[in-house]
Design a protein around this ligand. Sequence first.
Ligand code: PAF
Length: 280
Amino acid sequence: MKIINKVAELKATVGEARKAGRIIGLVPTMGALHAGHQSLVDRARKECDVVVVSVFLNPTQFNNKEDLRTYPRTAEADAALLESRGVDIAFMPTVEEMYPEPDTRVFHLGPVAEVMEGAYRPGHFNGVCQVVSKLFAMVEPDRAYFGEKDFQQIAVIRAMVKQLGFNLEIVPCPCIREDDGLAKSSRNVRLTPVVRKVAPAIYRTLKESLRFAEDHTVQQTHDWVVTTLNAYPEMEVEYFSICHGITLQPVSAWDESDDIVGCITVYCGDVREIDNIRYK
Ligand code: PAF
């Protein structure tokens, strides 16, 4: 595995592979790699000739400075994991290398980017689009792999790809969970032991809501999920949206669409956890 820190070297190395007709897969990450990332890397390894993984803690997508400050940083362990999974290139640039000048681009991606995370984390998706569009331009991958835990992020990146005319396939990959159902996340290490014990209630409640939804309305199901989780003193739901799986706009009846997903954000102590479940 080559560890590359410079954009010029990345472009030259990937450029040669492209010229040789090789299929290039990109897995963008912010490091602190876990089994969720590993599943993206393994999928890319199966489907592509050359696998590039970017490890870059992107400051422009953090609307909360404290979240950026406390985000786990494990560069050495990340490199070791990527090497062990047969990755070809680990791209690990500095902030100055990625942003030699401030990125002043503002993306207008419409309603998919304005609801949920878009409403509660102003600027977050703009920062995600800044860094992901830079990575797409540098690597020009044939395929890029993203986890479905960040369900809305995939919809936003698809919208950006369409708007900017990138010629690549976005490959969504299933959320990977702990044995007790908690979605794997780099932020899980920040949960206190007490909060870690109750956090699996998020996915448990979402799963139970599938059964509840069979004989209740969308609004009743929404309220039941929120009330059930808020009954835990350690947790507070920030939002729960039962929405159309493509447009991400809220639905008001189960027969409104064949594609309905519930997306939730819950504060577990001071750690913000997100998760989702498919109703249809
Ligand atoms: O999902 C993430 O880890 C980040 O948002 C991404 C896509 C790597 C961009 O920094």
